[in-house]
Design a protein around this ligand. Structure first.
Ligand code: ASP
Length: 480
């Protein structure tokens, strides 16, 4: 592929040189025998000019459409005086096209790239065109930079990045699981992980000491402004031999350095991040995700705080009985969270509501952007928690691998999992989480770009031993 420069490298220092550029047709203006093209690549734009006299390719320009993908070769000249564009790094020059090659001629577009008034459904359907626009492209660049920063920071601190299974077993984070039928094991299902919670704890038992992963998590729940239905990414972290304070300090250090490096225009309401107990937060703000900003109209203010000392349990209503366990108490974070030692005395059905936990939430501008806890590593306490949330022996068996692992030398451990999408949404001041995700699901959990979920062939269902039993109105018959 011939490409001598990116558009951001084109400036007046190159006047007189021959260059070859690639990209998309951002604008075309034909004035008689002269035509101007703004060529756009990921890095910016360059103006190019072609005249009938000087190039046989002039005819091609006449047929060119917006957003066609092309390459142009030619000499860089100074723009005529008065026609410079101060806003572009290439604004003092223009490329005199000597050769033009069309890689791919674009059809009529469903919407104009960079037009902000286009409905979201259509933007999602043609997401690749939306991604060509400045806003989404810049958000994806920032997302990359943030994740890259996180990786480097944690690498420096001795963390290992480890991938955990996607086809796994139901994990108890409190939402509905996505199930994947097994072809080989008839009638059995994998579940997509709601988070790698159990694996990361098992990695600690495995002696890894410091783990992280940019982990995809799958939860079958309804859309909210700050969460896409279906799937999201977490910065999943787990550490052994660290106190809760040390875990919070490390996470806080990461957040502060990340903001200073990637978003230097932002400033913090308060440093260090205030640590507020759950009881104080409820009393002072009436919520456990307070917005502590002093000036909520300042788009560059970041109000981080920690909420700690959550109740270990919350009282359940019948409809949200945990994993079908029919008891009064459900875990307020998850069932692997360590109770405060001084509250062990409350671990009985009557008093469980008084027990506090080593749970911590990271809150930013009124959004919970991460939660975690010190974990139980003693099988006796873990078993007690299972009893209190009303697990039957059969249900306990589902988590036998955890109890067993804790009997082979489990280190004290804990962690946290900031939600990557939500954190970036709040850091960038975006209103919708979909603005920081390349291919987000829409509100009713559909991928409009690929048109998923979709009907599958009858043979595929047969392979996995599934027969549909749909309500009458929904009887879309699988394809034969
Ligand atoms: N697995 C937890 C969650 O997804 C986070 C954690 O406890 O580290 O909320």
């Amino acid at each position: 592929m011939e490409r001598t420069h990116k558009s951001s490298e084109i400036n007046e220092k190159l006047i007189g040189e021959k260059v070859s550029l690639v990209g998309w047709v951002d604008t075309i203006r034909v004035h008689g025998n002269v035509a101007f093209i703004d060529l756009r690549d990921r890095y910016g734009k360059v103006q190019a000019v072609i005249s009938k006299k000087s190039s046989e390719d002039f005819e091609k320009v006449k047929n060119l459409t917006l957003e066609s993908c092309i390459s142009i070769k030619g000499t860089l000249n100074a723009r005529p005086e008065g026609s410079e564009n101060e806003k572009l790094t290439s604004g003092k020059v223009e490329l005199k096209i000597e050769e033009l090659k069309v890689y791919s001629l674009a059809d009529n577009l469903p919407f104009e790239v960079n037009n902000e008034d286009v409905g979201e459904e259509i933007r999602l359907k043609y997401r690749y065109l939306d991604i060509r626009g400045e806003k989404l492209k810049n958000n994806l660049i920032l997302r990359h930079k943030i994740i890259n920063f996180i990786r480097n920071f944690l690498n420096e601190k001795d963390f290992l990045e480890i991938q955990t299974p996607i086809l796994t077993k139901s994990s108890p984070e409190g939402a509905r699981d996505y199930l994947v039928p097994s072809r080989v094991h008839q009638g059995k299902f994998y579940a997509l992980p709601q988070s790698p919670q159990q694996y990361k704890q098992l990695l600690m038992v495995g002696g890894i000491e410091r783990y992280f992963q940019i982990a995809p998590c799958f939860r079958d729940e309804d859309a909210r402004a700050d969460r896409c239905p279906g799937e999201f990414y977490q910065l999943d972290m787990e550490m052994s031999f660290m106190s809760q304070d040390e875990i919070l300090n490390l996470t806080e250090d990461l957040m502060i350095k990340l903001v200073k490096e990637i978003l230097p225009e932002k400033h913090f309401t308060k440093l260090p991040f205030p640590r507020i107990t759950y009881d104080e937060a409820m009393e002072k703000y009436g919520r456990d995700n307070p917005d502590i900003r002093e000036n909520k109209d300042d788009p560059n203010e970041l109000g981080f705080c920690w909420i700690v000392d959550f109740p270990l349990f919350k009282e359940q209503k019948e409809e949200d009985f945990f994993h079908g366990a029919g008891e009064r108490w459900g875990p307020s974070h998850h069932m692997f969270t360590m109770p405060k030692e001084e509250d062990f005395k409350y671990l009985n059905v009557e008093e469980a509501g008084k027990a506090k936990a080593y749970q911590h939430d990271l809150v930013l501008n009124g959004y919970e952007v991460g939660g975690g806890s010190i974990r139980i590593h003693d099988p006796v306490i873990q078993d007690k928690i299972f009893d209190l949330i009303g697990f039957t022996e059969v249900q306990k068996k589902e988590f036998d691998h955890m109890l067993k692992a804790f009997r082979y030398g489990a280190p004290p451990h804990g962690g946290i999992a900031p939600g990557i999408d939500r954190l970036i949404m709040v850091l960038l001041g975006e209103k919708s989480i979909r603005e920081v995700i390349a291919f987000p699901k829409n509100r009713d959990a559909r991928d409009l770009t690929m048109d998923a979920p979709s009907i599958v062939e009858a043979g595929q269902l047969k392979d996995v031993h599934i027969q549909l039993d749909l309500p009458k109105s929904k009887k879309d018959v699988p394809k034969e």
